[in-house]
Design a protein around this ligand. Structure first.
Ligand code: GDP
Ligand code: IMO
Ligand code: MG
Length: 426
């Protein structure tokens, strides 16, 4: 059986974790394919909330094998802390597998992330300061350490020594900081982290393909989102990996023909954390409503998320670059009670209308939204369990999204809990 991909269509925090958890009920394996602990995926199951950063969202099911693919950058300390958190709450992490090819985030990556941000001053990207960019940079420079290096102390020390020769020069000569101590890092990671992670380190490509060969359903869980994609997002205000559906191929070792379903997760409005262009951003009381009612504060860093109206230009682009088969709309309930709801159907920049995302970044920066305004609904949607229960205005809003994005809407979320979802095209 082929794989299904869950991908964010905006700037992250669309509810990928919730939908991955939901879909994982019918899957034998869930694979994270990129990103690291910059992600924060919240699941609410039987009244309990779980905030996951690295462990794939299928972990709550006993029948699911959660796999961290080669495309992920892993901070071993964070992974162990997350496993401890899950175990302490009665969730077994025994089945968790970590690709031996996944790159490691080590303490100097985190330090460099903060230093580069400080260096950028007012032009900072607003990263999560988790060391994501520097770890992927080391991977590209071919000096990174991988999970498999934890299995061989000699290789670990050798590679660490080599990379620190350069990195310590950057820390001391460029940033005027103290050098990091290779022995100290090696001791902690080899004596504390390696024994704990060794039973989980595996050939993830072989695991994924044995599931596919056995005819089982597998799910690929994206982190971040299309507009944070290194190639397709609002560069340079992006993350350092490829969250788009194609990233599932490189980040987990499958081919395009192994994928038969791509579910784009879209919030019923838009949020963004960190810097960068955001044409439909709201600075008024409607924005405050979205943030307060939608509890738009980062799972990960606690930062207030920037709010805005839904942007159909973004959805059209996301549909293209991910080959979306359907959209899952989340947080529709947060729009309850608004007089009207707006959807951006095109941009205007320097007197020109853009129905598709302008490829040149400076045009995007100058773009103002062309809105269509639709009537809102006064009903509480949180208990809706089927399409027929929707007020006409919410039905029209979802149909309008389908028309504008050119992609059918499948599932719709009306609350954080696993059960708060209904099918729009059953
Ligand atoms: P992710 O990073 O894409 O997994 O999303 P986050 O977990 O960072 O943010 C989404 C937030 O919205 C979480 O707190 C979820 O529990 C919550 N959530 C998801 N779907 C819905 C929904 O349909 N309605 C409401 N009210 N909350 C939702
Ligand atoms: P999930 O998976 C929202 C943003 C950061 C910053 C930019 C680069 O929960 O949707 P990085 O630390 O990756 O170098 O930061 O990307 N960012 C996210 N925003 N949700 C996320 O993950 C994010 N991961 C990174 O705020 O603007
Ligand atoms: Mg999140």
């Amino acid at each position: 059986m082929p794989a299904t991909v869950v991908v964010g269509t905006q700037w992250g925090d669309e509810g990928k974790g919730k939908f991955t958890d939901l879909l994982a009920g019918d899957m034998s394996m869930v694979v994270r394919y990129q990103g690291g602990h910059n992600a924060g995926h919240t699941l609410v199951v039987a009244g309990e909330s779980f905030a996951l950063q690295l462990v794939p969202s299928g972990v709550l099911y006993e029948h699911v094998t959660p796999v961290i693919g080669n495309g992920v950058v892993v901070d071993p300390r964070v992974l162990i802390a997350e496993m401890d958190m899950l175990e302490s709450r009665g969730v077994s992490t025994e089945r968790l597998r970590l690709s031996g090819n996944a790159h490691l985030i080590l303490p100097y990556h985190q330090e460099l992330d903060a230093l580069y941000e400080r260096h950028l001053g007012k032009n900072k990207l607003g990263t999560t300061k988790r060391g994501i960019g520097p770890a992927y940079a080391d991977r590209s420079m071919r000096v990174g350490l991988r999970a498999q290096d934890l299995l061989d102390p000699r290789i670990f020390r050798k590679k660490l020594g080599a990379v620190l020769e350069h990195t310590n020069k950057v820390l001391t000569r460029v940033f005027n900081r103290l050098p990091v101590d290779a022995d100290e890092i090696a001791t902690e990671y080899l004596d504390v982290c390696a024994p704990r992670l060794t039973p989980h380190i595996a050939d993830a490509v072989a695991l994924v393909h044995s599931e596919l060969d056995a005819g089982h359903n597998i799910l690929m869980e994206g982190a971040q989102a299309t507009f944070l994609d290194l190639d397709h997002g609002t560069y340079p205000f992006v993350t350092s990996s490829n969250p788009v559906a194609g990233g599932a191929c490189t980040g987990a070792g499958i081919g395009p023909r192994d994928i038969n379903r791509v579910i784009g997760i879209a919030k019923a409005y838009v949020t963004r954390v960190g810097s960068g262009p955001f044409p439909t951003e709201l600075f008024d009381e409607v924005g405050d409503h979205l943030v307060e009612v939608g509890q738009e504060y980062g799972t990960n860093t606690g930062r207030r998320r920037r709010p805005g109206w839904l942007d159909a230009v973004m959805l059209r682009y996301a549909a293209r670059v991910n080959s979306l088969s359907e959209l899952a709309i989340t947080k529709l309930d947060i729009l309850d009670g608004l007089e009207t709801v707006k959807v951006c159907v095109a941009y205007e920049a320097e007197g020109e209308r853009h129905d598709q995302l302008p490829y040149h970044q400076s045009v995007l920066h100058k773009s103002t939204p062309v809105y269509e305004e639709l009537p809102g609904w006064k009903t509480d949607l949180s208990e809706v369990t089927e399409r027929s229960q929707l007020p006409a205005e919410a039905e029209d809003y979802l149909q309008f999204i389908e028309e504008q994005a050119g992609v059918p809407v499948g599932m719709v979320g009306v609350g954080p809990a696993r059960r708060q979802v209904f099918n729009f095209n059953a």
